[in-house]
Design a protein around this ligand. Structure first.
Ligand code: DON
Length: 373
């Protein structure tokens, strides 16, 4: 990734400035469905803090429309070009898709354009391995620490104990692929694609041109795989793992399909459209924790600060954010900032997040009563 921009991307600047495009205010109570009552029996008189309700359909629709209108004029950033074919994707494309846990969809702009899923795929490979081998395998063999480095850092691998740090950087994603149980690379790939299909509720396919372009130029990832293998932290043959990883990044998705994948996580692992069980609910908080701490690479802290939402970006221009128990939001636009994250995608998600009051750390608007245990 070339360094072309100042350290502050326009979406992170927007967070700092309180942002003219972002309405930083709590969701209006009129915009939310009735909150569930948590106090029962003898506790009912104790006005327990209520979880915020699901935003109404009108509120989501309005947030998506306004996010699109207020973000579409931002032409900052540039397409990724270290994978040559990505430089040719029309830069003006911009789409927003929201899928809720009850399977409703909301969209604006280019939501049917098929772009390469790129690093957003890493989340679903992690899901596959968690389901197949459990969370201790991921913790011990890969790790869950943010690197504070670029997504394709080799230094990050070298500096630590030789492990890949976390499943959402390139090193960790290749290591995650190496943990998939399979006797051939083809079987490894088919199992993975099948998992992606179940999360999307549709058959996804490889974008051949993207795969070819990346496979011809992925010398750095091959290097990372070799370094990991050398320190015994890659668990299958390095070039085979790199190839399957390259394929997973080249899977084509629309913003809508990616939003269904994210909404499956929001819905505790059950696809809200097909109702298929894709991952055990007990693993979902693990996945979301890694997304929050590592999903934006060296911008993960700024993202968490501004959004309070787990999210994952990809150099194809997609970003998927998850509001647990509520919805997934996808912003897609090919122009990236220097960390490799979609400028308009991030801005649009932040807008919707703040408009609907989705930040996980805001707690309840109702103050707890004095004397309540
Ligand atoms: O391995 C790579 O470099 C790409 N296939 C994926 C990188 C990526 O998407 C980083 N995310 N923003």
């Amino acid at each position: 990734m070339k360094r072309r921009f100042s350290n502050l991307s326009s979406w992170s600047l927007a967070i700092m400035m309180g942002a003219s495009f972002v309405l930083i205010r709590p969701a209006k109570s009129a915009d939310t469905a009735p909150a569930t009552t948590s106090g029962q029996g003898k506790d009912t008189q104790m006005q327990l803090a209520q979880p915020r309700g699901m935003p109404s359909a009108e509120a989501i629709e309005r947030a998506v429309k306004n996010a699109y209108e207020s973000t579409k004029g931002d032409e900052s950033g540039e397409n990724a070009d270290y994978i040559p074919v990505l430089a040719k994707v029309p830069s003006q494309l911009f789409g927003i898709a929201v899928v809720t846990v009850d399977g409703k969809t909301y969209k604006a702009g280019d939501v049917d354009y098929r772009f390469s899923i790129q690093s957003c795929s890493k989340v679903f490979t992690l899901c596959h391995v968690l389901q197949e081998s459990g969370d201790q395998a991921v913790l011990a063999k890969i790790g869950v620490e943010p690197t504070g480095q670029k997504f394709n850092s080799i230094i990050a691998v070298e500096e630590g104990d030789g492990r890949a740090d976390n499943p959402l950087v390139n090193a960790g994603a290749i290591a995650t692929v190496s943990l998939i149980k399979a006797s051939t690379p083809q079987e490894r790939w088919e199992k993975l694609l099948n998992t992606y299909n179940r999360f999307a509720g549709e058959k996804l396919t490889l974008l051949d041109e993207v795969y070819k372009s990346e496979a011809e130029t992925n010398f750095r990832n091959r290097g990372i795989a070799n370094v990991l293998f050398n320190s015994k932290h890659l668990y299958s043959e390095p070039m085979e793992c790199t190839d399957v990883y390259t394929k997973q990044c080249s899977v084509g998705v629309t913003a809508l399909q990616l939003a269904v994948m994210g909404a499956t996580l929001a819905n505790n692992g059950v696809n809200p459209v097909t109702r298929e069980h894709c991952i055990d609910a007990k693993y979902v908080p693990r996945v979301l924790a890694v997304m929050l701490s590592c999903g934006f690479y060296d911008e993960s802290g700024t993202w968490a600060w501004g959004s309070g939402l787990p999210a994952k970006t990809g150099v194809g221009g997609g970003i998927v954010a998850v509001a647990p128990g509520k919805m997934a939001i996808v912003g897609f636009s090919p122009r990236l900032n220097e960390a490799g994250n979609s400028v308009r995608g991030a801005k649009a998600i932040l807008f919707i997040d703040q408009e609907l009051g989705l930040n996980l750390f805001r707690g309840s608007e109702a103050p707890r009563q004095v004397g309540m245990r």
